[in-house]
Design a protein around this ligand. Structure first.
Ligand code: NAD
Length: 331
C-alpha cells in the first residue's frame, strides 16, 4: 500500500517547517533519506533552533502567500507538506483577518504553486475541530456532513483549505489531514498555544493550571511523532490521493485527567483551578474515529499519553533556558 521508496530521494517542501509539527516532520524526512528539504516559514511562531543542521536542508524565510517569489524555481515532482498556519482558535478570534490571510490565501497560493510546478502531491494540514462542527456525541468520522456552524475563524479557514484542495485535485494530487490535538517535543508555550505545552511549563514552575470549563470535556491527544508518521503515509500511500484522513488516536482523554497527569509527570505542586469556558468553545467532546486511516494508511499511533507526556517534559527540561527566552505570559 505504501510507496516502497517513501521519502527516500524525494524533494520535499514543508511550509511552516520551523513550527512545532513541521520541525519534527523535517527531521523525519531527513532521516528517511529525502534528497532535499526546503522549509518555507516566516518564523512568526516557528524557531530556527528547532531545525537540524543538515546540508540537504534549505530554509527560506518569508510569507507563504508570496511563495512563487520565494521559490521561483523547483517544485517539480516534489512532495509539498502545507503546514504554515496562523495558529489557532483563540488567535483567529482575536485576529480574524490575519487568520484569513495565512490560512485562506496562503493555502490557495500553495495549491496553485504546486499545480503549476507539477508537484507530485500536496499534503494539507486541516484540523479535526473543523468540518463536522461541535457537540458530536460519537467519534468524528471523515464522512460526516460538513457543518456551516463552525466555532471560530480558524475552523472556517481550515475548512476553506479543504474546499480548495478538492478544487485543485484535478490539477495536483491532494490529501487532507485532519489533525487532532498534537503534543510533544518542539512546541513552545504561549498565549495562543495548546494546553499541553502551557500546562507543562506552568507545572514546572509550580503555577496553577487553569481548566476553562468543568474538566469533563475530552480531547484526542496524539503524540507529534505519531502524527508525523501519519503525514508521511499520506504523502506516500497511492490510494490516499483525493482523500481526507483523521490523524488522532481514537482515544479521548478528560481535560481534568490530563491536568492531573501533567502535575504527576512533572512532580509539581501546582493547583488545578477552574474558569468559565471560553465563549466560542462549544466542543465538549472530541474523539477521532481513525478506522479509515488505519485501513488505508496503516496508521498505528503507538505512543501512550503517559509516555508522550514523559518525553515532552524531558524535552522541556533539556531546553529550559531556550524555552524561557521565548515564553510570553500564559493564560
Ligand atoms: N498542533 C495541533 O494540535 C494542530 C491541530 C490541528 C491542526 N494543526 C495544523 O497543523 C499545522 C502545524 O501546526 P503547529 O502546531 O506546528 O503550529 P506552529 O504554529 O508551531 O507552526 C506553524 C508554522 O507556520 C509558520 N507560519 C505562520 N504564518 C506563516 C506565513 N504567513 N508564512 C510562512 N510561515 C508561516 C509559523 O512561523 C510556524 O513555524 C498548522 O497548519 C495547524 O493549523 C495543528
Amino acid at each position: 500500500m505504501t510507496d516502497p521508496t517513501g521519502l527516500l530521494n524525494r524533494d520535499v517542501v514543508v511550509t511552516g517547517g520551523a513550527g512545532a509539527i513541521g520541525s519534527r516532520l523535517v527531521q523525519r524526512a531527513l532521516r528517511d533519506g529525502a534528497r532535499q528539504v526546503v522549509v518555507v516559514d516566516d518564523f512568526s511562531s516557528g524557531y530556527e533552533w528547532l531545525l537540524p543542521h543538515d546540508g540537504r536542508l534549505r530554509v527560506v524565510r518569508g510569507d507563504v502567500t508570496t511563495l512563487p517569489m520565494l521559490l521561483p524555481t523547483g517544485g517539480e515532482n516534489a512532495i509539498v507538506f502545507h503546514l504554515a498556519a496562523f495558529f489557532a482558535n483563540q488567535n483567529s478570534v482575536d485576529h480574524p483577518t490575519d487568520d484569513l490571510h495565512t490560512n485562506g490565501l496562503g493555502t490557495l497560493v500553495v495549491l496553485k504553486w504546486a499545480a503549476e510546478r507539477a508537484a507530485r502531491r500536496i499534503v494539507y494540514a486541516s484540523a479535526g475541530c473543523s468540518i463536522a462542527g461541535h457537540n458530536l456525541d460519537e467519534p468524528i468520522r471523515e464522512d460526516m456532513p460538513v457543518s456551516l456552524n463552525l466555532d471560530t475563524p480558524y475552523q472556517i479557514t481550515k475548512a476553506l483549505g479543504e474546499f480548495y484542495c478538492n478544487y485543485y485535485q484535478s490539477q495536483v494530487e491532494t490529501v487532507r489531514c485532519r489533525f487532532f490535538n498534537s503534543y510533544g517535543p518542539g512546541e513552545i508555550p504561549g498565549p495562543y498555544r495548546n494546553v499541553i505545552p502551557n500546562w507543562v511549563w506552568l507545572a514546572l514552575h509550580q503555577q496553577p493550571l487553569t481548566i476553562t470549563g468543568t474538566g469533563d470535556e475530552t480531547r484526542d491527544f496524539i503524540f507529534v511523532d505519531d502524527l508525523v508518521d501519519g503525514l508521511v503515509r499520506c504523502a506516500t500511500v497511492v490510494q490516499a490521493s483525493g482523500e481526507a484522513f483523521n490523524l488522532g488516536t481514537g482515544i479521548q482523554t478528560r481535560v481534568r485527567d490530563l491536568a492531573e497527569a501533567i502535575v504527576a509527570t512533572t512532580d509539581s505542586s501546582s493547583p488545578i483551578v477552574y474558569a468559565p469556558r471560553r465563549p466560542w468553545d462549544h466542543s465538549l467532546r472530541r474523539q477521532a474515529n481513525i478506522e479509515k486511516a488505519r485501513v488505508t494508511l496503516g496508521l498505528d499511533p503507538r505512543v501512550r499519553l503517559t509516555d508522550g507526556l514523559a518525553s515532552t517534559v524531558e524535552w522541556f527540561r533539556a531546553h529550559r533556558d531556550r524555552i524561557a527566552a521565548e515564553v510570553k505570559a500564559l493564560p
